[in-house]
Design a protein. Structure first.
Length: 95
């Protein structure tokens, strides 16, 4: 449980950007497959950004709790996909 909470704490700054991207996807092309591919590419970009900038220090906190970088970003991807799919399904019901 502590690992999951630390992963969600790492995800907190990215939540707003994720919802902005969800809104853009819902406006442009509101299909689940497109959203999943977009989120996968963005997760890879965030992984690269964190590894190559000063944000790498944030990974030390997760590594001290026994969370590998791969596990961190794969769980972030799954949480983000869950939020995205729910958002798109709800939006498609009202459109």
């Amino acid at each position: 449980m502590q690992q999951l909470l630390s992963i969600l704490a790492f995800y907190r700054p990215f939540v707003i950007w994720s919802f902005i991207i969800n809104i853009a996807i819902a406006i442009v092309y509101p299909f689940v497959f497109t959203a999943i591919v977009t989120k996968l590419l963005l997760t890879i970009f965030v992984w690269y950004l964190v590894n190559e900038t000063n944000a790498k220090r944030k990974l030390i906190f997760c590594k001290n709790l026994g969370i590998s970088t791969f596990k961190l970003f794969s769980i972030l991807f799954l949480v983000d996909i869950l939020l995205t799919v729910v958002f798109i399904v709800v939006i498609k019901e009202f459109i």
